[in-house]
Design a binder for this molecule. Structure first.
Ligand code: AMP
Length: 217
């Protein structure tokens, strides 16, 4: 099966994606992670994307879809089951994902929306810290690491994402409501959308997602 894990920035998509991929044997593709890797590698895509991302705006559909296609093709020989995290984010990306699925002979994805109110998202994002090595996510307010600034698992330093500052977060939430929420209407019409309350603790949210996915197995 294929899954789109959908939700506003800070809704816990990355954390849940790791758990879901492990439990259901899906390959995780996060367009945000792909873009951040391109920026670190200083590739032409990274150079074009870095300022746009720092402002909290969306990278162009063409650029991000090409990045997604490359990521799928690189993993396609190993699997036909993907978890898409952060894509699609605009209504035209919905059509582009349809085309990619057809082209790569992948089943159309199920969609799970992680619903979290904006006030909670603000706290989650301003407090978010990511491990520079294993990419595990912590939060200084809700789930701090045992030693401040250091990952519990691989002991690498934690970092704050450049786009996790209050001004950029407001912009990202506005863009989510204006451009990404309409995506949900399309999936709702197809009858493939399930919405869950994602404000509870990580394990509880994971159980809710699992109950939905079990219907597909
Ligand atoms: P994320 O890690 O999913 O929060 O994405 C971080 C940033 O990457 C977003 O704020 C956008 O600038 C960019 N980005 C990620 N996925 C997409 C997408 N599907 N379409 C456009 N921009 C994206």
């Amino acid at each position: 099966m294929n899954l789109v894990l959908f939700g506003p920035p800070g809704s816990g998509k990355g954390t849940q994606a790791q758990k879901v991929c492990q439990a259901f044997r899906l390959r995780h593709i996060s367009t945000g992670d792909e873009l951040r890797a391109a920026i670190i590698a200083k590739s032409p895509v990274g150079l074009r994307a870095s300022e746009i991302m720092a402002r909290g705006e969306l990278v162009s559909d063409e650029l991000v879809t090409e990045l997604l296609r490359t990521a799928i093709v690189a993993r396609r020989a190993e699997t036909d089951s993907f978890l898409f995290d952060g894509y699609p984010r605009t209504t035209s990306q919905v059509g582009q994902l349809d085309q990619l699925c057809e082209e790569q002979k992948l089943q159309q994805p199920a969609v799970v929306l992680l619903h979290v109110p904006d006030e909670t998202l603000l706290l989650r994002m301003t407090g978010r810290r990511i491990c520079t090595e294993c990419k595990r996510s912590y939060n200084v307010y809700f789930s701090p690491s045992r030693r401040s600034g250091v990952c519990d698992f691989c002991h690498a330093p934690l970092m704050k994402r450049v786009d996790d500052n209050a001004e950029t977060i407001r912009e990202r939430l506005k863009i989510y409501h204006d451009q990404s929420v309409p995506v949900l209407k399309q999936y709702e019409k197809r009858g493939v959308l399930a919405t869950i309350d994602a404000t509870g603790d990580t394990e509880l949210v994971f159980q809710k997602i699992s109950r939905i996915l079990e219907q597909y197995y």
